[in-house]
Design a protein around this ligand. Sequence first.
Ligand SMILES: Cc1cc2nc3c(=O)[nH]c(=O)nc-3n(C[C@H](O)[C@H](O)[C@H](O)COP(=O)(O)OP(=O)(O)OC[C@H]3O[C@@H](n4cnc5c(N)ncnc54)[C@H](O)[C@@H]3O)c2cc1C
Length: 255
Amino acid sequence: MTEPDAGSDISRLATTATEVDGGYLLDGVKSFVSNGPDAGLYVTYATTDPDAGWFAATAFAVDRDTPGLEVGEPLEKAGLTACRASEVRFSRCFVPDDRVLGSPGQGQLVFRTSMRWERSCLFALYLGQQERLIRQCLRHVRQRDRSGRRLADHQPVTDRLADMRLRLESGRLLLYRACAEIDADRDPGLWVALAKLAVSEAALATALDASRIFGGRAFLAEYGIEEALRDAAPATTFSGTSDIQRQLIAGEMGL
Ligand SMILES: Cc1cc2nc3c(=O)[nH]c(=O)nc-3n(C[C@H](O)[C@H](O)[C@H](O)COP(=O)(O)OP(=O)(O)OC[C@H]3O[C@@H](n4cnc5c(N)ncnc54)[C@H](O)[C@@H]3O)c2cc1C
């Protein structure tokens, strides 16, 4: 979905899909395409009718070897390096009618539905990251001795670990609730936004807390803390920023 000039605001996509005999011609640039360098199939969104408001965009599934589709060089990212990303450019790229996802004009609906899965299930990985950091910190505060007192003997240190656990378990319960709403075929919008906001902010705060607990060692690659921080930092941005999740929550409350 994301383009150089469309991130949080996806109501006006510069990428266009022009109807031609038997399909569409796609033109435009998509940025921050996770797995872009490695994927064989791309799900993308383009404007088919700029005056149609909510129905302006259409979703497409485009094979990598389609003429007119060009994959950019892998971006040099600070974190999440196991998931490479790149630009994907379309230039008079012909996509047949049967590669439209849903119906023409349903792009926003397709996106909203897929985001509900992404903002809940994908973010479960950050529960795992927090569990790992908490385990690692517990080991460290029990072992590290400063002038005869372990780090675990200092209440500010143990308070920090209690807060880390609180954030983890609160986020986990919200994420399970979001998934339960999806499973029950109820509108999960509120719960998905609450879960995404809670889990991503918890991941970042907990990675920062772990770096405080590890002191100077946090900045040595061998402990994995600085890597966790770099991996957690974008969680509050991708799949919709924390600001956008707050707006969605306010909207669900009728504001
Ligand atoms: C690691 C990573 C992977 C990504 N993977 C993908 C991917 O696979 N596919 C994809 O489509 N995109 C992907 N993205 C892009 C991501 O979704 C966008 O970066 C994100 O939506 C924010 O858009 P932006 O960067 O244009 O920031 P902007 O929209 O320019 O926002 C900048 C700041 O302004 C705030 N802001 C903007 N508009 C508002 C508003 N209306 N109200 C309040 N605050 C606002 C934002 O919250 C943010 O803090 C990825 C990004 C990262 C970092």
